[in-house]
Write a new protein. Structure first.
Length: 202
């Protein structure tokens, strides 16, 4: 026969097992390790850092690449840490994107704006990055390279082809028209112009 003392002890054990806070319960090795978010966070951060080694990225770009592979909490923590470390900064990213375009592949503000929007950059951040954008200078830089391989004997054809080229690259309105006329004048008067026929658009 079970004594009253044994019954009482069993009852205490049941109360302890059901009321004790989880952090005081014994650890259960492999199962607990599988639930630990730390390894997932490290993997997510390493994946993000690998992306950033190729070029700067917008925050949304990194988030999109991590989505579906990691939990939202892990992604949020990763993005927060990268922001804190200065590795993610959409304002700097937008500015750098614009500067790279100006230096290597000039585009109009409309095209650059669309590119940054597709990369998930906020509209206000884009507006600030393009606030002092010189459309005329960029149109001339883009157009002069392309125009160097166009024949100028037929002025109407020259205007049409150069105008279409500049339009595809996001230049519009007065900037487009004035750039076409400026480049045409310089090609017709090479001694006083700035367009170099030897510089071809790549």
């Amino acid at each position: 026969m079970i004594s009253n003392t044994a019954v009482f002890i069993a009852h205490l054990n049941t109360l302890f097992a059901t009321s004790v806070h989880p952090e005081y319960l014994p650890m259960a090795g492999p199962k607990n390790a599988a639930k630990d978010p730390e390894p997932s966070y490290q993997k997510a951060k390493n994946a993000a850092l690998r992306l950033l080694t190729y070029r700067s990225r917008s925050e949304k770009e990194v988030e999109r690449r991590l989505k579906g592979k990691y939990t939202e909490d892990v992604i949020d923590r990763t993005l927060s840490d990268l922001r804190r470390q200065g590795l993610l900064n959409d304002a700097e990213f937008a500015r750098e994107w614009r500067e790279q375009r100006e230096k290597f592949r000039p585009r109009g503000p409309a095209v650059i704006r669309q590119e940054l929007q597709r990369l998930g950059v906020d509209r206000e951040v884009i507006r600030e990055a393009l606030s002092d954008f010189d459309s005329s200078a960029n149109a001339y830089k883009a157009g002069s390279k392309y125009a160097a391989k166009l024949p100028v004997q037929d002025a109407a054809l020259f205007r049409r082809r150069l105008g279409a080229f500049l339009h595809r690259r996001g230049f519009q309105g007065d900037v487009l028209g004035q750039t076409v006329e400026r480049i045409l004048r310089e090609l017709l008067d090479p001694l006083h112009g700035g367009v170099d026929r030897d510089e071809q658009y790549d």
